[in-house]
Design a protein around this ligand. Structure first.
Ligand code: 5GP
Ligand code: ZN
Length: 113
């Protein structure tokens, strides 16, 4: 999508450093980290939110979760970490392109606010 921030990032238009890039996904550090490690993992495909997922996205979602697991290993998050998807306004979603937050490097509280 032309004017979507994360589509622009995925296309490399904002010179974002990628921790990982695959055919279908990219991972990069959150600009406003909420933990010592705060990485965003996104599909290159513009999917506005988890609420708009389609059956044909099933394999893509599996790839993203495996990528998150590999990133967590690379980032030495063996003591634990959290994967968060915010959905819609009440869910706290501020960028309308599906993204997984990978948070770790400190003891995370529960429940979130
Ligand atoms: P959400 O609130 O939609 O779940 O998460 C969006 C995340 O994107 C926020 O944590 C925010 O800090 C991050 N973010 C917003 N704009 C940018 C940007 O231009 N670059 C990066 N790396 N992260 C961004
Ligand atoms: Zn997008």
């Amino acid at each position: 999508m032309a004017d979507c921030l994360f589509c622009k990032i995925a296309r490399g238009e904002l010179s974002t450093d990628f921790l990982v890039e695959t055919d279908q996904a990219v991972a990069f550090r959150d600009i406003n980290p909420q933990a010592p490690t705060h990485i965003l993992v996104i599909p290159k495909k513009h999917i506005p939110s988890l609420a708009q997922l389609q059956p044909e996205d099933q394999a893509l979602m599996g790839e993203l979760l495996l990528l998150i697991k590999e990133l967590a290993e690379q980032q030495d998050l063996g003591d634990g970490y959290r994967v968060v998807v915010n959905i819609g306004r009440d869910g706290g979603q501020s960028v309308d392109h599906l993204h997984f937050h990978l948070l770790g490097g400190r003891s995370l509280k529960w429940p979130p606010g």
